[in-house]
Write a protein that binds this ligand. Structure first.
Ligand SMILES: *[C@@H]1O[C@H](CO)[C@@H](O)[C@H](O)[C@H]1NC(C)=O
Length: 303
């Protein structure tokens, strides 16, 4: 890590300590308990883990579904569209998974150093969601400006590809996946797509997802986004960024992979139990960046 990033990070952490003390009580109170997933529940995520990893492959390869182990892990997949250049626009692809009778939308992430630089940039503010893309979403709902502008770049192409895939396969289900920045984009798609596709059911699985928006965003997600799971690996610091003291909050739906390999379901938003990421990874120095890529049940993210 370069010195300038480090000093910026240190000042954020100092502010963060103060912010945590002053943090208001979480909006959502839940009486559920933290519980371990069964091995079959863990195994059920595996196809989605590979779909998220596949998003790191070149669009020409995902469109041909010819990308080695990642593609081979979901052999029946029928690609419909892909895009992105891997720098100004993250790779993405859309297709149909006959096994789950679901359209899949996947977004590429970034490497750990890039996402950390993006997320510890204290100047990266939040903004309202674009009213033409997100009609009817209250103006109190704000998201990280960088994530929102990135999602806007691919939104129309992804919506068109999803509509095409749903009708071509007479499907009524869409599953959104992504890792890292890709998980943040998947979450924004999970807010965006249902506004344009009434009657379709949605499921979202994000890996190493950073915080995407403010408290109103997290609450909106909890009440509108059905079936969200955020899978966080061990001491990965990305899910604790950007800091809550900057006004960012996670929605519910965390599954935390413990150092022991147990997968625990964590109720509520930003659960501060030490079994959950917000409680376990107190600051980025307690984090281990290598945990960001995985393994998630044996799968390392990347093509
Ligand atoms: C964290 O999980 C526990 C269950 O063990 C629950 O009682 C608590 O309300 C949760 N905390 C938050 C902030 O949601």
């Amino acid at each position: 890590m370069v010195a300038s990033t480090l000093s910026k990070t240190v000042s954020i952490l100092v502010a963060g300590t103060l912010g945590v003390i002053a943090a208001p009580a979480p909006a959502l109170v839940t009486r559920q308990t933290i519980s371990a997933l069964s091995s079959s529940q863990i195994a059920a995520f595996r196809p989605f883990t590979f779909f998220a990893s596949t998003a790191y492959c070149q669009p020409s390869n995902t469109l041909a579904w010819n990308c080695g182990a990642n593609c081979n892990a979901n052999p029946g997949f029928v690609p419909v569209a892909s895009g992105g250049d891997g720098s100004s626009v993250q790779f993405w692809y859309v297709g149909f998974d006959p096994g789950h009778n679901s359209v899949i939308v996947a977004h590429q992430g970034t490497d750990t150093s890039k996402i950390e630089a993006l997320l510890t940039d204290a100047n990266a503010g939040m903004s309202h969601l674009d009213a033409s893309l997100f009609p009817g979403v209250p103006s109190s709902v704000e998201a990280h400006s960088g994530f929102a502008s990135e999602q806007a770049k691919t939104a129309p192409s992804i919506l068109a590809a999803v509509q095409k895939a749903l009708s071509a396969h007479s499907s009524n289900q869409v599953t959104l996946v992504g890792h890292s920045l890709g998980a943040a984009l998947a979450l924004l798609d999970a807010v965006y797509l249902p506004l344009h596709l009434p009657g379709v059911s949605f499921k979202t699985v994000g890996y190493g997802m950073p915080r995407v928006g403010n408290q109103a965003f997290a609450d909106y997600v909890d009440s509108h986004v059905t079936s969200l799971t955020r899978i966080n690996n061990r001491e990965d610091p990305v899910p604790i960024l950007p800091g809550r003291f900057l006004g960012f909050h996670h929605p519910s739906g965390e599954v935390h992979i413990q150092d022991s390999g147990v997968w625990d379901s964590c109720p509520g938003q930003d659960n501060t139990s030490n079994l959950c990421t917000t409680g376990d990874v107190g600051n980025i120095f307690e984090g281990s960046t290598s945990d960001h890529e995985g393994p998630y049940d044996g799968v390392e993210m990347g093509c």
